[in-house]
Design a protein around this ligand. Structure first.
Ligand code: HMG
Ligand code: MG
Length: 298
């Protein structure tokens, strides 16, 4: 009873680069995003329109958005924390706005400088405006299992934030295992609750792979009928405001799993590997990627 098809969003240019100390020149970011655009992937999160002092690696979001070569088959989205971010993102060009907050009070405070209660009205306004100009909105909820500052988070805490974002008009929800500590039974417990309130098509699972559990967690989610996952090529990534968080699940590992069990993605594994080697080369260090090590040694 596995789904026949899965949609992957490549978040490497956003989640991947936001945590890198090495500055990737704008033209090279653009060349990389253009490569990703030709892999067959259906959605790319290309940057963040946030305070550049907090995420210097993505301070060129506006130029990147203006200059990438858009493939009409790809949805281009970006992180938008407030109205200022939305204004810049609309100027630079987005198909989708990704708003974000945390199910954990302490992570929310560290990441976006506000309490959960203070965040709702800000995001509600962003969602309303983005929808008014015809953009798709994804609501990211971070720390859905575990918070680096606060410990375990319950499914009910996650549900409350999800409900507020959907009530405000978010089209879908991306559930973040921000520090990559969940195991499949945690995923089961969360999905058992959320699927009573939202259709499975609305849910995107965003796994970081800190403890190597992401592929097991994706397999579990597939059994619940979830068909949308985020990945970051080469396993790049992490949240600078979540201590201990490492990269997202490597998109190439996700493709190996999905294609291997007979699920289509429309993505070329070879082209995705090439895109991984390209960014690995630019960063000048080996990425934490089994797939890139495998093809390099083959
Ligand atoms: P603040 O400090 O509360 O806001 O930031 P502020 O309104 O007081 O502004 C402070 C400064 O930021 C001002 O500049 C503003 O102009 C500027 P200054 O006067 O100091 O020169 N500013 C902006 N500049 C450009 N674009 C903007 C913008 N907004 C304010 N949009 C804010 C609040 C939310 C903006 C800030 O805390 C922030 O940018 N946080 C972003 C942190 C971040 O990007 N974290 C990583 C992404 S989340 C993540 O990785 C998790 C995820 O992957 C899911 C998962 O894994 O769980 C999504
Ligand atoms: Mg993340």
């Amino acid at each position: 009873n596995l789904p026949r098809e899965v949609i992957i969003k490549e978040v490497g240019p956003r989640d991947g680069l936001q945590n890198e100390k090495e500055w990737i020149p704008t033209d090279q970011k653009i060349a990389w995003i253009n490569m990703l655009s030709n892999t067959g992937v259906r959605e790319i999160e290309y940057s963040s329109f946030v305070n550049p002092k907090m995420i210097p690696a993505l301070k060129d979001a506006r130029e990147v958005g203006r200059k990438i070569k858009r493939n009409p088959n790809v949805v281009y989205s970006a992180l938008v924390p407030n109205m200022k971010g939305l204004e810049f993102a609309l100027e630079a060009g987005i198909d989708g706005a990704s708003v974000f907050m945390s199910a954990s009070e302490m992570h929310n405070q560290k990441n976006i400088n506000k309490s959960i209660a203070e965040t709702y009205p800000v995001l509600e306004e962003v969602i309303k405006e983005a929808k008014a100009v015809g953009k798709r909105v994804t609501g990211y909820v971070s720390t859905v299992f575990d918070c680096p500052y606060q410990g375990k988070i319950t499914p009910e805490q996650v549900l409350e934030v999800c409900q507020r974002l959907v009530d405000a008009g978010a089209d879908d929800l991306s559930l973040g295992d921000t520090i990559g500590t969940a195991v499949p039974t945690d995923v089961e417990k969360l999905l058992e609750v959320l699927l009573k309130h939202f259709p499975k098509e609305k849910l995107i699972l965003h796994f970081h792979d800190t403890r190597g559990m992401a592929i097991a967690n994706i397999m579990t989610s597939l059994h619940y009928g979830v068909t949308r996952f985020d990945g970051s090529v080469g396993g790049l990534g992490g949240c600078p405001y979540a201590k201990g968080a490492t990269g997202n699940v490597d998109t190439n590992d996700v493709l190996y799993l999905l294609h291997g069990v007979g699920i289509q993605t429309g993505i070329s594994e070879r082209k995705m590997q090439q895109a991984g080697l390209y960014i690995q080369n630019l960063l000048g260090k080996l990425l934490p990627s089994r797939s890139l090590a495998y093809i390099s040694n083959a």
